[in-house]
Design a protein around this ligand. Structure first.
Ligand code: GDP
Ligand code: MG
Length: 704
């Protein structure tokens, strides 16, 4: 609410004219109540109105009773004060009593000039009854008993409009207190007599009323309580007037019991002696009072039937909407920044506690302010508010869960790859437990997710807040998928490591086997290779089992390992049969045969020796090696080994593998026809040279 200017403050010193002479209702009432610090008091306030003929000292009375400053008619000018209805807050006494009383001064009724004024009189009576708890009826002692007098006409009006109100609102309209103040009491007639006379008149008026259907048998005290008091003549007994007015004030502000008992209309002593009894309260929260009073007045002015229950409901709707808007604004201060941030898709730090705090603050403050209004409306509006806020939070949480899940997956991947990288860097044969690393990292990621997700869980009142079980399940699936990818990579690394081992283990045996290129050459090489491979496969199986690898993954690994192993062997064989290497081997073989005898002793050729024969035998036997070396085949079957069945069929999961489509058909042809021919020629030339040299040495030996 806006601040109040000093001008406005000054303007309110005489109270506020809530209804002016044009029957317009003021827009300043909320400001006035705010200035008077009454807007926030809830039900803790009272409304009292005064009734009576024009110029009977009503304003004077109120000013004395409540410390108000309502305009009083100027003695000298006899000028009539402004018509309309004024309102002012009672001034508290030194003990702070009476500060929550709103006093209404109803002006403009002149007993002598009725007619047009009668309409206003009726309207203001209705207004006062709908809003006030206590109606002070101001009456001069000499008017008591004048049944036809102006005051009696006024009371008839009050009773009539009250019956009208009851027609619409039989269940909830509260009782009112009619508080008679008998002015200029001389003292000859005791109060008791005066009040009996008044009660008799009131009952007569009541009886004379035409009651609406359903209320024919109703009694006056079904609706009203009565209290009576007297005041001495203000001008003739000024001191006494002031003392007694002061006493009377205490009945209103401090609930001090009167010297005389209250009576019901039938003269029965009332047990209630307070003035502002709870039963009289209209149950309109102070912050809703201006709106309520205004709409009541609008209804009255436009001659609509006054329907208090629906007025209260309307008021409740307006006010609850306003209150909800305020609560939402406070909620927004916390939540809107999160909603903006949420668009980044990142995890919102501190979302859970902030959300819970914002929601409970909003709902609780709504309940506090709105709870004073019409129960049904309040309940509905509360649910609406909660629903709206919950829906917004729900969508934040959906985003948060997905961000959390993404983050957990990221953390998991980072943790596992980090550990593996370190382990792999420190030790090639890596004695770490992959499955355990994965398991621990997964447990960490899942528990972090759960913790955060739990903190965002709000038991939904108006929306269904499912638990985050589904998201958790998805997260675990994602993590498992990544784990299996990492495991796949890990297994590839393992295959590469084992491939190196195979290479190392194979080099020497293969070189050794090639030293003896007899008919069992390929049998021996095949055997050496298969043993090495089987050993590697064995290692692979053991290791991959510790990874928790699946059967399929292991199958792929084994297949890949064998494929690589074969490639290693092929490379080694190719190296062995490189021209130079092979020629060397052939030469060694030839020379073993030609230059050494069967006992391994070097020959010293003599001219008589059969050099040609020896040469031919050695050459021919060596020449048989070339076709032998040229094709990888086993002696038992005279055909290549069954590599395909050793490797096994390509597993489905490896069909994308670069090795998958390698064909081994030509692998067993170690040397092509052309190469064999070439090798034969070169060998022969080399052998010929050796022969010629042998020949020469034989002759040379004779010559010496
Ligand atoms: P209102 O029109 O009913 O509000 O009456 P006012 O309070 O303006 O007073 C009208 C006149 O009655 C003023 O001249 C007052 O001085 C006078 N007046 C006030 N109190 C009393 C009272 O107790 N006895 C008499 N006789 N006159 C009073
Ligand atoms: Mg007055």
């Amino acid at each position: 609410m806006k601040d109040v200017t000093p001008e406005e403050l000054a303007q309110y010193s005489h109270g506020i004219q809530i209804i002016d002479e044009n029957k317009d209702f003021t827009q300043k009432l909320p400001v006035y109540l705010q200035v008077q610090k009454l807007l926030t008091v809830g039900f803790n306030y009272h409304v009292v109105a005064v009734f009576g003929s024009q110029s009977t000292g009503k304003s004077t009375l109120l000013n004395h009773l409540f410390g108000t400053q309502f305009d009083v008619m100027d003695e000298a000018a006899r000028r009539q004060t402004t018509k309309g209805i004024w309102m002012a807050r009672a001034k508290e006494d030194s003990k702070d009593h009476g500060k929550n009383i709103l006093v209404m001064d109803v002006e403009g009724t002149d007993g002598r000039e009725r007619g047009e004024d009668q309409d206003f009189e009726r309207k203001s009576a209705l207004f006062a009854l709908a809003t006030s708890e206590v109606l002070i009826v101001n009456i001069w002692e000499h008017q008591v008993g004048l049944y036809q007098g102006a005051n009696m006409g006024l009371l008839k009006t009050v009773f009539e409009v009250n019956l009208g109100l009851f027609l619409k609102d039989r269940n909830t309209t509260h009782r009112s207190l009619l508080f008679f103040v008998i002015r200029d009491h001389i003292g000859h007639t005791p109060l008791k007599n005066l009040q009996n006379t008044l009660l008799a008149d009131l009952n007569r008026i009541w009886d004379s009323l035409t009651k609406p259907p359903g209320l024919e048998g109703s009694k006056i005290d079904d609706f009203f309580d009565f209290q009576f008091t007297t005041l001495p003549h203000k001008l003739l007994q000024p001191d006494k007037f002031i003392t007694e007015a002061h006493q009377l004030r205490k009945r209103f502000t401090e609930g001090i019991p009167p010297g005389v008992e209250s009576l019901t209309a039938n003269g029965v002593e009332s047990t209630k002696d307070g003035v502002f009894l709870p039963g009289y309260h209209r149950r309109i929260p102070a912050d809703g009072f201006p709106m309520y009073a205004e709409s009541i007045w609008e209804q009255i002015v436009t001659n609509k039937d006054l329907d208090l229950p629906s007025q209260q409901e309307l008021l409740a709707q307006f006010r609850c909407d306003e209150i909800a808007a305020n609560c939402t604004a406070v909620f927004n201060e916390t939540i809107t920044p999160f909603e903006k941030q949420a668009q980044s898709g990142k995890v919102l730090e501190g979302l859970g506690p902030a959300m819970k705090q914002a929601l409970s603050t909003a709902v609780e403050s709504f309940e506090e302010s709105g709870g004073r209004y019409h129960k049904g409306v309040f309940q509905r509006k509360r649910d609406d508010l909660r629903h709206a806020l919950e829906t917004r939070l729900r969508s934040l949480v959906v985003g948060q869960l997905s961000a959390l899940s993404k983050r957990s997956v990221g953390e998991f991947t980072e943790e596992v790859t980090g550990i593996l990288k370190k382990a792999n860097a420190s030790n090639a044969s890596a004695a770490y437990d992959f499955a355990k690393i994965v398991e621990e990292a997964k447990a960490n990621a899942v528990s972090r997710f759960k913790e955060e997700a739990d903190s965002c869980f709000i038991p939904g009142e108006t929306t269904t807040w499912s638990s985050h079980d589904d998201e958790l399940e998805l997260l675990e699936k994602d993590i498992d998928a990544i784990a299996s990818r990492l495991r796949g990579e890990e297994m590839k690394r393992l295959v590469i490591r084992l491939e190196k081992t195979i290479k190392t283990k194979l080099t020497e045996p293969v070189e050794l086997e090639f030293k003896r290129m007899d008919s069992t050459l390929w049998d021996r090489i095949w055997k050496a290779w298969t043993l090495t491979i089987e050993d590697a496969v064995q290692q692979f199986e053991t290791k991959s089992r510790s990874f928790n690898a699946t059967d399929t993954e292991r199958e792929v690994g084994v297949w890949r390992l064998k494929k690589r192993g074969w490639a290693v062997l092929k490379a080694k064989i190719d190296e062995e049969v490189l021209e130079g290497n092979l020629l060397l081997k052939l030469r060694e073989n030839f020379e073993d045969n030609f230059r050494y005898d069967e006992h391994g002793v070097p020959r010293v050729w003599k001219p008589t020796d059969d050099i040609e024969g020896a040469y031919t035998r050695a050459r021919e036997s060596t020449l048989t090696l070339i076709p032998r070396v040229s094709t990888f085949k086993l002696s038992s079957s005279d055909s290549p080994p069954d590599l395909d069945s050793f490797l096994g069929a390509t597993p489905v999961d490896a069909s994308d593998d670069s090795d998958a489509h390698l064909n081994h058909e030509d692998d067993f042809e170690i040397l092509s026809e052309a190469k064999q021919h070439d090798m034969t020629q070169r060998f022969k030339r080399m052998a010929d040279a050796v022969f010629v040299e042998a020949k020469r040495s034989a002759i040379g030996g004779v010559a010496q």
